[in-house]
Design a protein around this ligand. Structure first.
Ligand SMILES: Cc1ncc(COP(=O)(O)O)c(C=O)c1O
Length: 410
């Protein structure tokens, strides 16, 4: 583990720590980079689960993204940030009736459904509201696509309906009076950095969609191919480049769907981490430096409550952060245990850091704009959340702090 140097961008002087800093210019650059890697015409949905900060959602809406949301809270954020409801897709393997009602009432353009029961649910809720919902049928393919850091389908999972099941019982997956099935959703996995692996995954998805359409299971107006575009997490590094992806995907689509360039079907992709990972830096101070049983220990203001909390659940890559700013404090120590302030041994980012540190010094973790703060158990022990500082055009444009509050129900 090496020191990535001082934090990039304007100084953090005057702002409290810990702090997440998000650079909107970098969000815009990442968006342009991904759009260049996608075949045209296609729609890109920003997955708010990566980072629902309103400034980021607004910047991506202004850049032309729709929103992929998975909860009533994300739905509200997307709408509040000006995403046109027709450009919202609501996806989740289980949805309460109230969530489905919120999506339909807001006018969400698409609802992804994962089973016949889920289709019945949308039908019942839409019909009670006097509306009709447009649905995508999420498909769980026969085998996982290779090369994924996190496989979501192609194995037993809560996501989607197995392709064999759909083939065997097509009636169960057809349109209902108030829930029209207008296409397919094939999000197969996440964090793929290799272009060949992405092409293989999309080739598999396109083939599966074509077979289901040929069999008359679905009238394919919309083909949402998901995403899985990889990005660095808490480590130095650049976004992966996919120089030939657009052309290769265009050819694959041409072979199976000759009219896709005219919007039949309309092709869509989803991305969270690629769009936001590199915009974010976590700045946190060293609280204590000591030795324990012969090992150096550095205790920080931030631990798994602020970053990497979901690594233990395999939702994120294991946390092994590059800690910048650590060279200013003298000779580096080896095999440093880097922990947070929580009263649990789980609150350890790494036990093998090479780091110079002194109390009060600010360290920074790069590339944590995706799955940072809101992917962490913020309520555990009740420390205040880091402030979130938005930088736009090199200037601080917004500073806020997320709070966890208790609502009294009775
Ligand atoms: C359906 C769906 N879409 C999009 C995403 C976003 O993935 P990523 O942030 O890796 O782009 C996920 C992540 O789990 C997902 O489940």
């Amino acid at each position: 583990m090496t020191d990535p140097g001082p934090p990039p961008g304007p100084p953090h002087d005057g702002l409290p720590t810990p702090a997440y800093r998000y650079d909107l210019d970098e969000v815009r650059r990442s968006h342009q980079r991904l759009m260049r890697a996608l075949p045209a015409p296609s729609t890109l949905y920003y997955s708010l689960k990566a980072n629902p900060h309103p400034a980021i959602v607004t910047a991506l809406r202004q850049a032309g993204c729709g929103a992929e949301v998975s909860s009533p809270g994300e739905l509200r954020t997307a709408i509040d940030c000006g995403v046109p409801p027709a450009q919202v897709i609501y996806t989740a393997p289980g949805k309460q009736d109230s969530a489905v009602a919120a999506a339909i009432t807001a006018g969400a353009g698409l609802i992804s459904v994962d089973s016949p029961l889920a289709l019945d649910q949308v039908d019942a809720v839409a019909s009670a509201l006097g509306r009709t919902a447009r649905c995508l049928l999420r498909v769980n393919d026969t085998s996982p696509a290779p090369g994924q850091a996190m496989t979501m389908t192609g194995e037993a999972s809560q996501f989607g309906a197995d392709v064999e099941w759909i083939g065997a019982e097509p009636r169960w997956f057809g349109s209902r009076p108030a829930a029209e099935v207008v296409g397919l959703h094939l999000f197969m996995g996440s964090n793929v950095a290799d272009e060949d692996a992405l092409v293989a995954q999309f080739a598999q998805a396109i083939g599966t969609a074509w077979r289901l359409a040929e069999a008359g299971v679905v009238n394919l107006e919309v083909l949402d191919l998901g995403g899985g575009f990889g990005a660095p997490f808490a480590r130095r590094g650049e976004l992966p480049a996919f120089p030939a992806l657009a052309a290769r995907l265009g050819c694959l689509l041409d072979e199976r769907f000759p009219d896709w360039r005219a919007g039949r079907p309309a092709v869509a992709f989803e991305s969270g981490r690629y769009l936001t990972a590199t915009c974010g830096t976590l700045l946190c101070r060293v609280l204590d430096v000591k030795r324990s049983h012969g090992r150096p220990v550095v205790v920080l203001e931030s631990g798994i409550n602020h970053l990497g909390g979901m690594s233990g659940m395999r939702r994120l890559p294991p946390i092994l952060p590059d800690l910048g700013g650590g060279t200013a404090a003298g000779e580096p120590m080896r095999d440093v245990i880097v922990s947070g302030p929580l009263c649990t041994p789980l609150d350890t980012w790494t036990r093998v850091a090479t780091l110079a540190a002194r109390p009060g010094q600010v360290l920074c973790v790069p590339n944590v704009g995706a799955y940072g703060l809101t992917a962490s158990p913020l309520a555990f022990l009740g420390h205040p959340a880091p402030v979130e500082v938005v930088i736009d055009g090199g200037e601080v444009s917004h500073v806020s702090r997320l709070t966890v509050t208790r609502e009294v129900i009775r």
